[in-house]
Design a protein around this ligand. Structure first.
Ligand SMILES: Cc1cc2nc3c(=O)[nH]c(=O)nc-3n(C[C@H](O)[C@H](O)[C@H](O)COP(=O)(O)OP(=O)(O)OC[C@H]3O[C@@H](n4cnc5c(N)ncnc54)[C@H](O)[C@@H]3O)c2cc1C
Length: 300
């Protein structure tokens, strides 16, 4: 069985950044990636220095090309389906039935967003149905914008999004759970609340044109913010015993180490601040900390 210093599950922004640090530290690294980054449907990625407005795929391709210049790093397409701790290492299994061993594991496997059951939403995800104003708010500023949410979440979201547009409506998609105080504040800032049930998002090529309601009425819209439910993209860390936060993120310490010795995690899988820059930073830290641990253990 081929043995590596580190196997990285997930070869997107966090995983590739870790691989660069490890490659530069002359470590034998295998990256296994299933090719489904969470932002793959978004046409342009923003708010990452030197790459503002580039496509997600272009950023990843440039990163991969740079990382693979380090001869000790190998990239393989595939899905890691299992990992078993052995005395001094881990044995990793892929969906294709291959097995590899490594002294340390890093999960940079991200999260999987679960689309709300509204016709048209999935097509718009990342194009005009958006989660983050820092990623996409500037491009849709001052346009008719909706927030699909209810209660405290909707109130907090509206407070933020108002910075980018004052043509804002909260769509609760059923009875509102906003408090009277919240409704008063929203009214003060001219943020409308619409409780009608949404049956469909009318769109072309992912660009929203209007919402269609159960009562037959419609509302023209340019963009819709929503924070979808999510789950871990890969359940191998949980199977290894890695703890999750109550929100569903992998617990890591300040060095990106999970709660299982020898297992690290970085990127969206570990925190709610979803951004390419933050994932790159976490991957860089994880790579350096894994390398440091290996260097120290070999100095004994
Ligand atoms: C629609 C959308 C638009 C966004 N727009 C922006 C933006 O404009 N600017 C910005 O800064 N951020 C943006 N983000 C956030 C950004 O995309 C994420 O923070 C970033 O992709 C997280 O990087 P990651 O490496 O942790 O995970 P991901 O990029 O999600 O990559 C995880 C990788 O792991 C792989 N994987 C999963 N399970 C396995 C397994 N078992 N075995 C092998 N491989 C596996 C996946 O296939 C994938 O390639 C956006 C997010 C979304 C959802």
């Amino acid at each position: 069985m081929q043995t590596y210093d580190v196997i990285i599950a997930g070869g997107s922004y966090a995983g590739l950044s870790a691989a660069m640090a490890l490659g530069r530290a002359r470590r034998q690294v295998l990256i296994v990636d299933s090719g489904k980054p969470c932002n793959r449907q978004t046409p342009h990625s923003h708010n990452f220095l030197t790459q503002d407005g580039a496509t997600p795929a272009a950023i990843a391709a440039a990163a991969k090309a740079q990382v693979l210049q380090y001869p000790s790093v190998r990239f393989q397409e595939g899905t890691i389906t299992g990992a078993t701790p052995t005395t001094e290492s881990f044995t990793v299994t892929t969906a294709a039935g291959e097995q590899f061993a490594a002294k340390r594991l890093l999960f940079a496997t991200g999260v999987k967003d679960e689309m709300p059951a509204i016709k048209g939403f999935a097509e718009c995800w990342g194009i005009s149905a958006l989660h983050c104003p820092y990623c996409h708010g500037y491009e849709i500023k001052d346009t008719p914008t909706g927030i699909l949410a209810n209660g405290d979440g909707a109130f907090e979201y509206a407070k933020m999004i108002r910075n980018w547009t004052n043509q804002l409506t909260i769509f609760t998609n059923g009875p509102s759970t906003l408090t009277a105080e919240q409704l008063g504040k929203l009214q003060k800032h001219r943020i409308a609340v619409d409780e009608k049930e949404i049956t469909e998002i009318k769109q072309a090529g992912g660009q929203i044109s209007e919402l269609l309601f159960k009562d037959g009425s419609t509302q023209a819209l340019n963009a819709l913010y929503h924070k979808p439910a999510f789950r871990q993209h890969c359940n191998v860390p949980e199977a290894l015993g890695c703890e999750l936060t109550p929100e569903g993120y992998l617990v890591v310490n300040e060095f990106q180490a999970s709660t299982v010795t020898g297992v690290y995690a970085a990127g969206d899988a570990t925190n709610p601040f979803r951004s390419v820059a933050i994932s790159v930073a976490a991957g860089t830290l994880a790579g350096a900390m894994i390398s440091r641990e290996l260097i120290i253990s070999e100095f004994e």
